[in-house]
Design a protein around this ligand. Structure first.
Ligand SMILES: C=C(O[C@@H]1C=C(C(=O)O)C=C[C@H]1O)C(=O)O
Length: 347
C-alpha cells in the first residue's frame, strides 16, 4: 500500500500475507497453497462467518485520525478554474485536481460485505479491502493497472484517461469522444512511452486506445505489453513502477509542475488515494493497481475520493460532475444491509 506522496504522515507499507486462497469464498471451493495455510484459514473463515452472521455485533476496523478537509462544489470548481488558469499561463499541459467527500455510515455497515458488494458489481475491477493500524481501512474497485508482471513474465501497464457516463442502452463501442478527452488520454500515452524511453526500452507493444467500461463510466484505454528479458532489463517491473508513479492520469503533465500545482492548491491530504496497491511477487506474479474509485473508513463515516483530468478546454462544473460520478462507483458499496450472497463471491 503506497500513498500518493510519501510524507511523515503518509508512508508506504508492505503488508506481508499470512494466507493466500484462490477460488470461491465458500471453503469447499477454495484452493489453498499449503497445509499450514489451510490451518490458518480454518480460524480466519470461522471468525469471518461468525462476524457476518451477527450483523448487530459492534463493528471495528482500523481508522486513521487524520483531519478531513472536504471540498464543496464551489471550492472544487474554483480549484479547477485555478488549474485551467495555471495551464493557460503555459505552466503545464494537464493537472488532475481531486477532492474528498464524507458520508455517514449505517450502523449495520460491514467492510467485508462492502467488499463482496463491489466484487459482485465490478467483476473486472481490482477489488480490495485493506485494514491496518498504519494505513487505516480502505475499500476500492480500481479499473487501472499501474504495473503487472504475470506468470509468463509479460510486463503490462496502461494509459487510462478520458471519462464519460455510460448511457443506458449503449455499449462502450458506441461511445463518441470529444477532442478534450482524446488529447487528455494521448498525454498519458506519451507519458508511459517517455518512461520506457528513460530506460531505453523500445520493444513494447502498444494497442488502443479503445473505450472500456468501469462501473457507470467509460474511459479511453491504451495497453502496453513487454515480454520480459530479465538480462536486458533487470527489475523492469519495479523500475517502471517508480518511473510511472504518479502517472499523468492522476497527477498531470509534466509531473513536477503538476505536483507543484496540487501541493499549492489542492488543500487536503490524498493519503492513499491515487497511490497504489496490490500483490507483489505472490506466486511469481505482481499486480499493482492505482488506488482509484476508493473510500476510506473512519469510525462512523466513509471518505470518498475522486479527481478529474483538467486541460485548457475543461469546464469546472463538468469536472465536478465527473468526480461525483466517480464517487458513485464506490459508494455503491455502502448499501450494505444485504446479507452475504454466495453467488457474489467467485473470482
Ligand atoms: C483520477 C481519477 O481517475 C483517473 C482520471 C481519469 C480522467 O481524468 O478522465 C480517468 C481515469 C483515471 O485514470 C479518479 O478516479 O479519481
Amino acid at each position: 500500500m503506497h500513498p500518493f506522496t510519501v510524507t511523515e504522515e503518509n508512508k508506504p507499507y508492505f503488508l506481508e500475507a499470512d494466507l493466500l486462497f484462490q477460488g470461491n469464498f465458500r471453503e469447499n471451493h477454495l484452493r489453498f497453497l499449503s497445509s499450514s495455510e489451510k490451518a490458518v484459514s480454518g480460524n480466519f473463515f470461522g471468525k469471518l462467518q461468525e462476524a457476518l452472521q451477527q450483523p448487530d455485533a459492534p463493528a471495528t476496523w482500523h481508522s486513521a485520525a487524520e483531519p478531513v478537509f472536504t471540498a464543496s462544489k464551489s471550492v472544487y470548481e474554483e480549484l479547477v478554474q485555478n488549474g485551467i488558469d495555471f495551464l493557460k499561463k503555459g505552466n503545464a499541459e494537464k493537472v488532475v485536481p481531486s477532492r474528498c467527500a464524507q458520508v455517514a455510515l449505517s450502523p449495520h455497515f460491514r467492510p467485508v460485505t462492502g467488499f463482496f458488494n463491489l466484487l459482485k458489481q465490478y467483476p473486472h475491477a481490482f477489488v480490495s479491502l485493506v485494514s491496518a493500524p498504519e494505513t487505516g481501512t480502505w475499500l476500492g474497485a480500481s479499473p487501472e493497472i499501474l504495473v503487472v508482471k504475470d506468470k509468463k513474465n509479460i510486463f503490462r501497464t496502461m494509459a487510462l484517461a478520458g471519462t464519460q457516463k455510460l448511457a443506458a442502452g449503449l455499449s462502450p463501442a458506441d461511445a463518441i469522444w470529444r477532442q478534450k478527452e482524446i488529447e487528455e488520454q494521448s498525454m498519458v500515452v506519451r507519458y508511459v512511452i517517455s518512461c520506457f524511453k528513460k530506460i531505453r526500452l523500445r520493444e513494447y507493444v502498444e494497442t488502443g486506445p479503445r473505450t472500456v467500461a468501469a462501473g457507470n463510466l467509460l474511459h479511453l484505454r491504451s495497453d502496453f505489453c513487454v515480454p520480459l528479458n530479465e538480462e536486458e532489463f533487470p527489475n523492469l517491473t519495479s523500475r517502471m513502477l517508480h518511473l510511472l508513479h504518479p502517472t499523468s492520469a492522476v497527477c498531470g503533465q509534466p509531473k513536477e509542475a503538476a505536483l507543484d500545482f496540487l501541493n499549492a492548491h489542492e488543500n487536503y491530504n490524498r493519503r492513499y488515494y491515487s497511490g497504489y496497491l496490490g500483490p507483489v511477487n505472490v506466486q511469481h506474479e505482481t499486480a499493482v493497481y492505482v488506488n482509484l474509485r476508493c473510500l476510506e473508513l473512519r469510525e462512523n463515516s466513509a471518505i470518498l475520493y475522486a479527481g478529474a483530468g483538467v486541460t485548457v478546454d475543461s469546464d469546472p462544473t463538468k469536472e465536478w460532475q465527473e468526480t461525483e460520478l466517480k464517487m458513485q462507483t464506490v459508494s455503491a458499496a455502502l448499501q450494505l444491509n444485504t446479507p452475504l450472497d454466495d453467488t457474489a463471491t467467485g473470482y
